[in-house]
Ligand binder design. Structure first.
Ligand code: PEP
Ligand code: MG
Length: 595
């Protein structure tokens, strides 16, 4: 049993599909003996391709500077290196491994050798080798990466991490569960997994080295465990656990069409965050009252070329029609940081989280932005569509974005294309600057949606995607609670709607605190979380929530606040928060009660 952290609850049991996407999607595969020669040929062809590419780069480079072309000779020499080539071929032949995996192992071996050297010059060659090997792998992967979309049986995905484009490529209905070596609570893969209800355990060290494609694996994303090649007894235990959890979730759905009203009658609207049209089907099932955040960047990441205005329009229209008269908040493109568009990578940034992302990128490419705005405006005739700008850090930015919106409206008028002239436009509050200037922002925006994922990252100066500082990423940090309180207060004073659409909004542990801090209008979350959050809201009064939040605000350390909130929630909702009892003890009484 290996320990990790559970990022999307549930239990899955199935065959491993191993990817190594630390740099690329590398699948470890055992070959049938008759395919070994073909694999060696494939490897040789990839090397030939790399040599040709290197020649081409060299020609272009020599036009710029001869010195650079000389450096490239080193790379060409490495491609000729018999030791690297032979070592890999031997590994393919003897261990019947696919070329990508065998070559990665050769690279690891050489890196170890380099690390033990004292010669700085030779150590410098390590980077060259790395670059050359990854060039070859890229050529090999041209073939194997597509395999991800070709998964044709139910599997459990195991990988170092998953990029947004990986998650888009995979056939979601065939992914039973996922386990990754890295990834925090607000990483894309966690959001993706909980949106689709796929159990996910992350932070499992060296997992990719411990499993092979085809082996049986259990993902226990209730307690954060991974079990490779389980025994019959373990299988029996976890099948029961899986069934129990399933029943527990079904039970939560029983009250799903009741309003999320507190005991003293305050109705909190529970909305869904979505990333694609596929999710629309499940929204009613979970009782979503609308879409509070449509992350549109995945429409762009999915396409090979930029989507046309008509394609975007068709998509937005389907969402609007699918939701009837319920609100649909469409967030404009939030590319940057961990989500990059092919062909739009721009200059590499030292601090992508602080770089050209969100609204900054849209303002720097007005053509792209107006294109999207026109598609949203056109779709606004078909439902209650609203626009949301991401990563706003000043009033000027919001105003500038609105000027481009006006231009989009003028263009449509000229083309005599109808749209909703009064479409509401909101700002995401996810930078400290936006939070501090909330009153000013509320003067220009029609509504506010708090993106706690980024707000916490920027307030606490903790990269939300960095495993090594994951323990510092604390939603209940006193600074976060204080800032949220101010935002909700400003919202109430202005009379404008303030909602939360970051992961904190869907964390049942945070539901009561957020109510008490003043978030009483709307919460938007992965649809899967709605039943649990609703259950909590229906069993608490505003007065009780206020008391809890007021006390939390008096505490000075995150540890104290975490402890206080957890114990309060455990006392009120033992079956949902009691982490000390075993799963069976926790869920069995609840399930028995249903029969
Ligand atoms: C957020 O930052 O809280 C948010 C909802 O946006 P994203 O997770 O897409 O950055
Ligand atoms: Mg964000």
């Amino acid at each position: 049993m290996i320990k990790g952290i559970s990022l999307s609850k549930g239990v899955s049991i199935g065959k491993v599909y191993l990817l190594d996407s630390s740099k690329f999607c590398i699948i470890k595969q055992k070959l049938d003996p008759e395919n070994v020669d073909n694999e060696i040929n494939r490897f040789r062809q990839a090397i030939e391709k790399s040599k040709a590419q290197m020649q081409e780069i060299k020609q272009r480079a020599s036009k710029v500077a001869n010195k650079y072309a000389v450096i490239l000779d080193t790379y060409s020499l490495l491609l000729e290196d018999e030791v690297i080539v032979n070592d890999t071929i031997e590994n393919i032949r003897n261990n019947k491994l696919n070329a990508e995996w065998a070559l990665t192992e050769t690279l690891k071996k050489f890196n170890k050798l380099f690390n033990n050297m004292n010669d700085d010059y030779l150590k410098g060659k390590q980077d060259d080798l790395d670059l050359v090997v990854h060039g070859i792998i890229r050529n090999l992967i041209g073939h194997s990466q597509e395999k991800l979309s070709e998964i044709d049986e139910p599997v459990v995905l195991v990988s170092h991490t998953l990029s947004p484009s990986d998650t888009i490529a995979m056939p979601k209905n065939l992914v039973l569960g996922m386990a990754t070596e890295v990834g925090g609570k607000t990483s894309h893969v966690a959001i993706f997994a909980s949106a689709l209800g796929i159990p996910l355990v992350s932070g499992v060290r060296d997992l990719t080295a411990k499993v092979n494609t085809g082996e049986l694996i259990i993902i226990d994303a209730i307690d954060g465990h991974v079990i490779i090649n389980p025994s019959e007894e373990q299988l029996k235990h976890y099948r029961k656990k899986q069934e129990n959890y399933h029943n527990y979730e079904e039970k939560l759905l029983e009250n799903i069409h009741q309003p999320a009203k507190t005991l003293d009658g305050k109705h909190v609207k529970l909305m869904a965050n979505i990333e694609s049209l596929d999710e629309l089907k499940s929204l009613r099932k979970f009782g979503a009252e609308g879409i509070g955040l449509y992350r549109t960047e995945f429409l762009y990441l999915m396409a090979k070329t930029l989507p046309t205005e008509n394609e975007l329009y068709d998509n937005f229209k389907k969402v609007a029609q699918g939701m009837g008269s319920s609100p649909v908040v469409i967030r404009t493109l939030d590319i940057g940081m961990d989500k990059n568009l092919k062909g739009m990578e721009g200059e590499p940034e030292n601090n992508p989280a602080l770089g050209l992302r969100g609204i900054r990128l849209s303002l720097s490419d007005p053509g792209l932005f107006i294109h999207q705005l026109k598609a949203i405006l056109r779709a606004s005739l078909y439902g209650d569509i609203r626009i949301l700008y991401p990563m706003i850090s000043s009033v000027e930015e919001f105003v500038e974005a609105n000027e481009l919106l006006q231009k989009a409206k003028d263009d449509l008028k000229k083309q005599q294309i109808p749209f909703n002239e009064n479409i509401p436009v909101g700002a995401m509050v996810e930078t400290p600057a936006a939070a501090i200037c909330i009153e000013h922002l509320l003067e220009v925006a029609d509504f506010i949606s708090v993106g706690t994922n980024d707000l916490i990252q920027y307030l606490l100066a903790v990269d939300r995607t960095n495993e090594s500082v994951a323990s510092l990423y604390q939603p209940f940090h006193p600074a976060v609670l204080k800032v949220l309180k101010e935002i909700f207060k400003a919202g109430r004073d202005s009379g404008k709607e303030v909602s939360i659409c970051g992961e904190m909004g869907g964390d049942p542990l945070a539901t009561v605190v957020l109510l008490g801090l003043g978030n009483q209008g709307e919460l938007s979350m992965e649809a899967h979380s709605i039943p649990k959050v609703k259950k909590i809201i229906r069993k608490i009064s505003l007065e009780e929530a206020n008391q809890l939040a007021d006390h939390a605000l008096t505490l000075t350390s995150t540890e104290e606040i975490n402890h206080f909130i957890l114990s309060e929630m455990q006392a009120r909702f033992p079956s949902d928060f009691d982490r000390d009892t075993t799963f069976e003890e926790k869920f069995q009484p609840l399930i028995n009660n249903t029969h």
